[in-house]
Design a binder for this molecule. Sequence first.
Ligand SMILES: [Zn+2]
Length: 457
Amino acid sequence: MLAGCLAVAALAGCTGAPPDPDRPRPGQVDVGDPYVPGHGNGGYDVAAYRLRVRYDPADDRLTGHATVTATADAVLSRFNLDLAGLTVTAVRVDGTPARHARDGRELVVTPARGLARGARFAVDVEYAGVPTPVESELGVGGFLATPDGAVALGQPDSAATWFPVNDHPSDKATYDVEVTVPDGLAALSNGVPAGRSSSGGWTTWRWAERAPMASYLCTLVIGDYRVTTSTHAGKPMVTAVAVGLPADGPAATSIARTGEIADFLADRFGPYPFDSYGGIALADGRISYALETQSRPVYGPGFFLAGPNTEVVAHELAHQWFGDSVSLDRWGDIWLNEGFATYAEWLWTEHGGGRTAQRTFELRHAATDWSRPSVDPGRADMFGAAVYQRGALAVHALRRTVGDEVFFRTLRTWTAERRGGNATTADFVALAERVSGRRLGAFFDAWLVGGTAPAPP
Ligand SMILES: [Zn+2]
């Protein structure tokens, strides 16, 4: 994610990640992540979501049918999904009607028969209503109606506003998304385009994301868009620019460089991790941020007001490795996403003949408030400068300390070994020590959480 301006504040941190909590218990109504109380659920692990939604901008009404395929972690007599607003009309578990109740943003499902530990099961949820957007530190998110359609976007809040979900990045899954909209509108989501068909004045757009995806990275963009489909490096590339933006304006020309920038990053971070590429440029100024939605980042219009901006594209594309393919396990580790994405901006700027990464490091080092930690910054500061800039300072300091060869080999090993999974700060520290053959605990303590400026290496 990249916001127009960053809030800053402090909270004491500890080195590495907080100890990995036990997996949530069956029936537990969240995963115990203090940044997002109520998010996620215990008792099961989702493998796949199949979402079939219909949206009519005329009355803002969403009708959905979600099929959630999961494996029980334990014997389950009931379980929860996250769903904010909307009305559930039917729930089936393995085809049999199940009892269901709502408790705030929890959908409580009681199957006719209990589920055995290890059982693979499918939950069908039929639901409808007018979705409600949510406010978070980023600004407005979730499912937001726009003049010509809608956008579903946000971090960490988004998915539960439009489908029933185990809404925490620690439970990644594949997604098939079918979106039915009035003829003439585009309906974009993540992954590979999987066909389109029209009937009775409605068009269904189908998308398939086959790599595991965190729920907040699932997006939906509906409206009047210029959609361009091409091939890059043998994979589909789908970009979309709102018709409210000029066809050859700065947003369009910036996201047109997606393939080139992804290749630049792949040379440094390892192979591009997904089956498709893309980007979506919005015209609605209420979206004041850009988000690394998997394989197809979404960009608010504010990034392109002053002209082309490929730094934001580099930032969101870097997240495809750092955040999307390798996802955090707890939001307190968000520097693992934002520190590397910010560092990718520094690398891209240097590549384009601008300020060198070393010079950016020197300037940022002098300007940083070292009382604020990168690790566990607190929910209110999860998008703060300590996460982005101090995180990137730590990344560059690691490079200076271990040398370019070991540094880039560490990044490529990380993206290869953790591809499609989740990881913690402690995991990254351990890997950096393994690849470099050096003890780096004190180094990371100083750069990520220490209260005074470390000497530049
Ligand atoms: Zn970011």
